[in-house]
Design a protein around this ligand. Structure first.
Ligand code: AMP
Length: 287
């Protein structure tokens, strides 16, 4: 990337400046896409920027490691942070503006509001293992949508339940922003790219593709007529043999995320979370 590419990206750190800058863009008749991230960018994030550019003239990326979506036992402090590299990658992808607020800018003194999520999209998967996670995601996404007022916001299917929770929330709270999903970017061996993959040891990294392999096999089995329960049992056994501790490996209705008992009941999405040592991987696949 050239220095001029980097200098084309604006970096804004407070809400008032963000609003002022985006109001100018809108007055000039420009549409805006938002790509919310926690930084430590990889090719998956950049694919969202590429997708965002298809839907709007200007692409805003938020980079904010959101404390509200980490439980006290989780990796908020050690979560990877690499702002300079992120800014360079975003510039190379021809993004326009990075919004990188401080925790204080997002959660002012006395902050006291929560969003209470319910319904099949929010309940029964991640929330069983990370009970406060989606409330933290919902509040930060709601704030970002209010602050940026984008025409479109892009979320990765990598976090499929998050995409569904955010879609539901935006609909229920009448946000005008269109919420769009984008496909998961993977390593050549199938492992979904994730900022947390750097925490895998060499041995764990070699085993990690087994999660996607188990999802693919399970999808193939169900498509071939194997009963869902049987296919899920096989997946659990395969992951245990590969050294994973599985939090969940489930079949859900692909639209609502409600339970689904057979292939005939609607489109199916398989969703899984499993731990290798201290690293927790999540992934999913459409049937
Ligand atoms: P994060 O920075 O992990 O919060 O992710 C920011 C956005 O990037 C979310 O919408 C994620 O779903 C998306 N994302 C993360 N990993 C990938 C991937 N491998 N492929 C596509 N999108 C991804």
């Amino acid at each position: 990337m050239t220095a001029s590419a980097a200098s084309r990206v604006e970096i804004v750190r407070d809400v008032a400046s963000l609003r002022a800058r985006l109001a100018e863009r809108r007055r000039a008749g420009e549409t805006i896409s938002l790509v919310p991230t926690m930084g430590a960018l990889h090719a998956g994030h950049i694919s969202l920027v590429v997708e965002a550019k298809k839907h709007a003239r200007r692409v805003v990326m938020s980079i904010f490691v959101n404390p509200a979506q980490f439980a006290p036992s989780e990796d908020f402090c050690s979560y990877p942070r690499s702002f300079e590299t992120d800014a360079a990658l975003f510039a190379a992808a021809e993004g326009d503006l990075i919004f990188a607020p401080s925790v204080e800018a997002m959660y002012g003194e006395g902050f006291a509001t929560t969003i209470n999520l319910a319904g099949p999209a929010a309940v029964g998967l991640e929330d069983r293992f990370r009970p406060t996670h989606f409330a933290g995601v919902a509040i930060i996404v709601a704030k970002l949508l209010n602050q940026c007022r984008p025409d479109v916001a892009i979320f990765g299917e990598k976090d499929f339940q998050q995409l569904k929770v955010v879609t539901r929330m935006a609909r229920d709270l009448d946000f005008e922003t269109r919420i769009l999903g984008a496909p998961t970017v993977r390593e050549a061996d199938g492992l979904a790219l994730s900022s947390r993959n750097i925490f895998l040891s060499a041995k764990e990294r070699a085993r990690a593709p087994s999660l996607y392999a188990a999802l693919r096999r399970c999808a193939n089995d169900i498509n071939a007529g194997v009963a869902i329960e049987t296919a899920l049992d096989t997946a659990h056994a395969t992951l245990a043999a590969a050294g994973f501790v599985t939090d969940y490996f489930e079949a859900r209705h692909a639209e609502t995320l409600g339970p689904i008992a057979s292939r005939g009941e609607g489109p199916i999405r398989l969703l899984a979370a499993a731990r290798l040592g201290k690293t927790r991987l999540i992934d999913n696949i459409a049937l």
